[in-house]
Design a protein around this ligand. Structure first.
Ligand code: NAD
Length: 481
């Protein structure tokens, strides 16, 4: 039984109320750990520790902050195998995926922001010979970082790294479904010599621990990644306290295939875009829009590829599709497949729970599923399913493709497939989407702005955007005498 602890004031500590939540291994369905059920009292202790640490950390030279963050990145690299295995066990994702995506990216996040801060400068606005204005970008103070279960350490560090690099102290909460790598990360922070209180990790449920973070008067800004309904709740709680907010929320992303595309590349990529991490990435393409001339050819090749995907034990290197994160989430996704049938859709491939033979027979597996025959307005094509389920729709013209692509409340990411460069520019500009990939998917440069429009979020992460979010700009105007 793996029992984990909060990380408060530089130490691993038990929850104040002594209570724990069960941690279930989603690939076996069995209990394998206990997670502190954090309370407002734990959050108070974490905020108090962060508040004490802030004066010194915010005045620590950037070079020294950088040294500690880069040391943490090095430790993630040293322990990458152990972290990948922990991620796979906690989340159900294939260990091969955790090893090539999640953990290297967590390392990159720490290294990227740990070094970005060395190059961070602010602006000056000169009024000829009258005055000089300069922008003093100050760390905000104690900030809250709340992250989801789909890319646990990857998204946890994506927030923590820029917050710490900019000189803030942090109270962070990972998802209660996947707390393990955040706990292991706290041990690496201790080993790296991160001063006590600079980062505090409080475990627990969203509605209690998470909400206590958002509500706390000592926390000046909240960076949140998770579902749109949760984001709305967080905005409502934070607004009367005038907190700075960054919200990275859900998506229902279009993958748009024109008949002039490189078909082989589009086919290979659509399988990745739809089903990586069991379709549980906010950026996954979940609505595949295909031009009518290539529809039949594209769909039969896609079904052939997807039917051959190996679903099974995440710990086996050749597994392509692991378990969904929880029984409740599996049932939600299966419920959407039923709904699609009720709405008149045809399941062209997959559609059922998979019972894997052997130790994973109690796990939460679903076949990669492809559905067609549904119009853009039905719930299946409007609501985020967040599982290994995609729908297919065909279109005739560019105008129709654009209408379908923009036809949801979400606007996070789109993937556009065409070899016509004029169309690529024209169509990208017209997409209501924070991120557009042309002839690729999930190609990430950490310097670029990251985030969504409409119900997919408010604000941007990545590069200077993240450092801007985690600092408060103060204008100083000096008249030239
Ligand atoms: P969730 O909203 O249920 O939970 C996310 C985090 O918020 C968890 O740590 C949870 O404990 C906490 N939380 C829940 N209620 C809270 C409250 N009232 N106050 C404060 N914290 C609270 O999301 P999830 O199910 O963990 O993650 C899946 C969702 O995340 C999907 O909608 C997905 O699209 C989205 N997501 C978005 C991005 C992005 O960058 N836009 C990235 C990954 C995931």
């Amino acid at each position: 039984m793996k029992i984990i602890a909060h990380y408060i004031d530089g130490k691993l500590v038990e929850p104040a109320n002594g209570r724990y939540i069960d941690n279930i291994n989603p690939s076996t369905g069995e209990l394998y750990g206990k997670i502190p059920e954090g309370s407002p009292e734990d959050v108070d202790l974490a905020v108090a520790a962060a508040t004490r640490a802030f004066p010194s950390w915010s005045k620590t030279p950037a070079a020294e902050r950088s040294r500690v963050l880069v040391r943490i990145a090095d430790l993630i690299a040293e322990h990458s195998q152990m972290l990948a295995e922990a991620e796979a066990m906690d989340n159900g994702k294939p260990v091969s995926l955790a090893g090539r995506m999640d953990i290297p990216r967590a390392e990159d996040n720490m290294r990227f922001f740990g070094t970005a801060i060395l190059h961070w400068s602010s602006e000056a606005h000169i009024m000829e010979d009258r005055a000089i204005n300069y922008t003093n970008r100050k760390p905000i103070g104690v900030v809250g970082c709340i992250s989801p279960w789909n890319l646990p350490l990857y998204l946890f560090t994506w927030k923590i790294a820029p917050a710490l690099a900019a000189g803030n102290c942090v109270v962070a909460k990972p998802s209660e479904l996947t707390p393990m790598t955040a706990f292991l990360f706290s041990k690496l922070c201790i080993e790296a010599g991160l001063p006590a209180g600079v980062l505090n990790i409080v475990h627990g449920l969203g509605t209690t621990t998470g909400e206590a973070i958002v509500n706390h008067t000592g926390i000046k800004a909240v960076s949140f990644t998770g579902g749109t309904a949760t984001g709305s709740r967080i905005a409502a709680v934070a607004a009367p306290r005038f907190k700075k907010l960054s919200l990275e929320l859900g998506g229902k992303n279009p993958f748009i295939v024109f008949d002039d595309c490189d078909l082989d590349k589009a086919l290979k990529t659509v399988v990745r875009a739809a089903f990586t991490n069991q379709g549980q990435i906010c950026l996954c393409g979940s609505r595949i829009l295909i031009q009518s001339g290539i529809y039949d050819r594209f769909v039969s090749a896609l079904i052939e590829k997807v039917s051959a995907m190996k679903v099974g034990d995440p710990m086996l290197q050749d597994t392509q599709t692991g378990a969904l994160v929880s029984e409740a989430h599996m049932n939600k996704v299966l419920g959407y497949i039923d709904l699609a049938r009720q709405e008149g859709g045809t399941v062209r491939c997959g559609g059922k729970r998979v019972i894997v033979e052997g130790p994973c027979s109690g796990g939460f597996f679903i076949e990669p599923t492809i559905i067609d025959g549904l119009g853009p307005d039905c719930r299946t094509n409007q609501e985020e399913i967040f599982g290994p389920v995609v729908t297919l729709q065909s279109f005739e013209t560019e105008t129709e493709a654009l209408r379908l692509a923009n036809a949801t409340q979400y606007g996070l990411a789109a993937s556009l497939w065409t070899t016509d460069v004029n169309r690529a520019h024209r169509f990208s500009a017209a997409l209501e989407s924070g991120i557009v990939w042309v002839n690729t998917w999930l190609l990430r440069d950490l310097r670029t702005p990251f985030g969504g429009v409409k119900h997919s979020g408010v604000g941007r992460e990545g590069g200077w955007e993240a450092l801007r979010f985690f600092t408060e700009p103060q204008n100083v105007c000096i008249e030239i005498g």
